[in-house]
Design a protein around this ligand. Structure first.
Ligand code: ATP
Ligand code: MG
Length: 572
C-alpha cells in the first residue's frame, strides 16, 4: 500500500477524553473513531489488526476441534425469558420491538441461542460432544463505557459453547478451550495470568479468567510465583490455616467498655488508643435481600462483598443505611459491635482466631475491649475478607502477589443451568433423557487489541507484535524526489509484496522526521529507510522496538526481513 493512498487519519493531539495509553494511541494512530459513547468505528488500519486477532482466535479454536458458525445479533425475547435472563440482564440489555410489538434484544451473549439451536438439532449421545463458536458483535448498555474499546457498548466477542454428555466430558472440553486460550494469548505476545474466578451468580462448577497484567486493569488479581496459583481477588481464598493470629496475649481478659467520643473509623480509633488495627474488628451492617446481617473482619482488612454474598446466598447485598444501623445497634454509625447484637453475624476466620479484640459497643461514643468469640458473642465463621499482598498462598503457603488485570477471556463450566432451563436434552445409551452439560468460553476481540497496545508501546507509539501487525514492513524513502532512492524503495516494495508480505511504501513528500514519527506511531514492526546511501545500494534496517538501525544491502535487508522467523512472525 502506498501511504499517500491510505485512509489513515492520524492525530497529532492526544484527545482529551482518552485516559489510558491504548485508547490514546488507537485514536492517534487512526485505528478507531468514536461515533457515540462506547461505540466505535474501526478504520482500515485498525480493522486489519482486528481481523488478524480474529484469525489467531479462529485458528486455535478450529485446531481445538470447535466449529464456527454465525448467529444473529437481533434476538427474540423468548429464549431469554425461558432462562430467566430477560429480567436478570436489566438495563444492560438493549431492547427493542418490531412493527408487530414483538420484543427483541441486541444479543449481550448467546448461551440461550446456542442452546436452542443445539436442542433442535442434536438428540443422541452419539452426536456429543460438540463445541460451537462464533466471532460476532455483542451489545451491552454498560453503566460506564470507558477506556475506548476496552469497555464499549458494542464489541466483538468470540463466544464458544460446549455440549457434553456428562461432567467428565465437560472437563475435557473445558481443558481443550483452556489450552487453546493459552495458545491464543501466547501468540498475541501478551503477558497474562489465568486466574480462578467467582462463579457465584452464574452458578456452574468453575471458571477462569485470562487476565492481561496492567496497571489500568479493572480487576484485582492475586497470584503466587512459586506454585502458579492465581485467582481474581473477589475469589482468592484466605485459608484459615494461613491467617496470622492476633498479636499479643492469647489469654482472655475481662471485657471492658471505654469512652471513645466521636471516634467513628478504625484509623481514628488506632490513633486514639495508640494501638494497631490488627487488634480490632470492624462490624459492618449489611442488607442482604432486605434482611439485616452483620459481617466482621479484622480492623486492618477489607471485607470482600462477593465472598459475603456467596456465604449468604443472596441476590442483593448492600451496606445498610444509617437508620437501619441505628435500629439494630441503638447507636450512631461507627459503633456497631457483635456483643448483644440480635442479627445474624458472619465473622472472618481472623476475627475468630483473634483474642481480646477491640470492637464497637453498640452505644454511641463507646467501644469494648477484650471481646472474644464464643465467650462474648457467637458468629458463623467464614472466609469473607480480601486477600492481601504477602498473605500466604492458599495452595503452597508462599507469598501472594497482587496485581491489576484486564480480563480478555473467560471460560466457564455452566453445567446444566441453560440446558435444564431450555430442555436441551439428549438420550443416552439406555434411552434416558438427560440435560446436556455445557461450558461457555468468551474472548473480547477489541478489548484484546487494546490490551496488546497497553503492553506493547513506547513514548513514540504502538509496537505491534509481528503476528497481528497491520503491515509487516514500512519502507521510507527519505527523499521522494530523488529518483535513485525511489527506485530502490519501489523495487524492495515489489519484491517483499510478491513474497507475501504486507508492506507500506511511504511515498509522501514529507520530511523524513515526520515519516519516521508516523511509522513509529502506527507501530509497523520493521522500517526500511532508503536514504543517502541508496546510491551504493545500502538501506537502513530498523526494527520498531529495537534501538539501532543496521546498514544493509538491499539483498541483505530482504533476506533479513524474510527470515524473521522468531516465533512471533507466524504470518511471514
Ligand atoms: P467484565 O467483567 O469486564 O464486564 P464480563 O464478565 O461481563 O466482563 P463476559 O460476559 O465473560 O465478560 O464476556 C467475555 C469477554 O468479552 C470478556 O472476557 C471481555 O474480554 C469481553 N467483554 C465483556 N464486556 C465487554 C465490553 N463492554 N467491552 C469490550 N469487551 C467486553
Ligand atoms: Mg460485564
Amino acid at each position: 500500500m502506498y501511504f499517500s493512498k491510505m485512509f489513515l487519519p492520524t492525530l497529532r493531539e492526544v484527545p482529551a477524553e482518552a485516559e489510558i495509553i491504548s485508547h490514546k494511541l488507537m485514536l492517534r494512530a487512526g485505528l478507531i473513531r468514536k461515533l457515540a459513547s462506547g461505540i466505535y468505528s474501526f478504520l482500515p488500519l485498525g480493522l486489519r489488526v482486528l481481523k488478524k486477532i480474529e484469525q489467531v482466535v479462529r485458528e486455535e479454536m478450529d485446531s481445538a476441534g470447535a466449529q464456527e458458525l454465525l448467529m444473529p445479533a437481533l434476538l427474540p425475547a423468548e429464549s431469554f425469558r425461558e432462562s430467566g435472563r430477560w429480567e436478570v440482564f436489566g438495563p444492560e440489555m438493549f431492547r427493542l420491538k418490531d412493527r408487530n410489538d414483538r420484543e427483541f434484544c441486541l444479543g449481550p451473549t448467546h448461551e440461550e441461542i446456542f442452546t436452542g439451536t443445539v436442542k433442535s438439532s442434536l438428540r443422541s449421545y452419539r452426536s456429543l460432544p460438540v463445541i460451537l463458536y462464533q466471532i460476532q458483535t455483542k451489545y451491552r448498555d454498560e453503566i460506564r463505557p470507558r477506556f475506548g474499546v476496552m469497555r464499549s457498548r458494542e464489541f466483538i466477542m468470540k463466544d464458544a459453547y460446549s455440549f457434553d454428555r456428562d461432567e467428565a466430558g465437560l472437563d475435557d472440553s473445558y481443558m481443550k478451550m483452556e489450552k487453546a486460550y493459552r495458545k491464543i494469548f501466547d501468540r498475541l505476545g501478551l503477558d497474562y495470568k489465568v486466574v480462578e474466578a467467582d462463579s457465584g451468580a452464574m452458578g456452574g462448577s468453575g471458571s477462569q479468567e485470562f487476565m492481561v497484567i496492567s496497571e489500568i486493569g479493572e480487576d484485582g488479581i492475586a497470584y503466587c510465583e512459586a506454585c502458579g496459583y492465581g485467582a481474581n481477588e473477589e475469589k482468592a481464598s484466605c485459608s484459615p490455616k494461613n491467617t496470622i493470629h492476633s498479636v499479643g496475649s492469647m489469654d482472655e481478659s475481662m471485657i471492658e467498655k471505654i469512652h471513645t467520643p466521636n471516634i467513628h473509623t478504625i484509623t481514628e480509633l488506632t490513633e486514639f488508643l495508640g494501638c494497631d488495627a490488627v487488634k480490632m474488628a470492624k462490624t459492618l451492617i449489611y442488607k442482604a435481600d432486605g434482611k439485616l446481617v452483620a459481617a466482621m473482619v479484622r480492623g486492618d482488612r477489607e471485607l470482600n462483598e462477593v465472598k459475603l454474598k456467596n456465604v449468604l446466598e443472596c441476590t442483593e447485598l448492600e451496606m445498610a443505611d444509617a437508620e437501619s444501623v441505628r435500629s439494630v445497634t441503638n447507636a450512631e454509625v461507627g459503633f456497631a459491635g457483635p456483643v448483644g447484637l440480635k442479627i445474624r453475624i458472619i465473622a472472618d476466620h481472623e476475627v475468630a482466631q483473634g483474642r481480646n479484640l477491640i470492637v464497637g459497643a453498640n452505644e454511641t461514643d463507646h467501644h469494648l475491649l477484650n471481646v472474644n468469640i464464643g465467650r462474648d458473642f457467637d458468629a458463623e465463621v467464614h472466609d469473607i475478607r480480601f486477600i492481601a499482598a504477602g498473605d500466604a498462598c492458599p495452595c503452597c503457603g508462599k507469598s501472594i502477589i497482587l496485581a491489576r488485570g484486564i480480563e480478555v477471556g473467560h471460560i466457564f463450566k455452566l453445567g446444566t443451568k441453560y440446558s435444564s432451563a431450555l430442555a436441551c436434552n439428549y438420550s443416552d445409551e439406555e434411552g434416558n433423557e438427560r440435560p446436556m452439560v455445557m461450558g461457555s468460553y468468551g474472548i473480547g476481540i477489541n478489548r484484546t487489541m487494546a490490551a496488546v497496545i497497553e503492553q506493547h508501546h513506547d513514548e513514540n507509539g504502538i509496537i505491534w507484535p509481528m503476528e497481528i501487525a497491520p503491515y509487516h514492513v514500512i519502507i521510507v524513502p527519505v527523499n521522494v524526489l530523488d529518483e535513485k532512492v525511489m527506485k530502490i524503495a519501489e523495487v524492495m516494495y515489489q519484491r517483499l509484496t510478491d513474497a507475501g508480505l504486507e508492506v507500506i511504501l511511504d511515498d509522501r513528500n514529507e520530511r523524513a522526521g515526520v515519516k519516521f514519527m508516523d511509522a513509529d506511531l502506527i507501530g509497523i514492526p520493521i522500517r526500511i529507510n532508503v536514504g543517502r546511501k541508496a546510491a551504493e545500494g545500502i538501506v537502513e534496517y530498523k526494527p520498531r522496538g529495537g534501538k539501532e538501525a543496521l546498514d544493509l544491502t538491499v539483498e541483505e535487508a530482504i533476506e533479513k526481513i524474510m527470515s524473521k522467523g522468531d516465533g512471533s512472525s507466524h504470518s511471514l
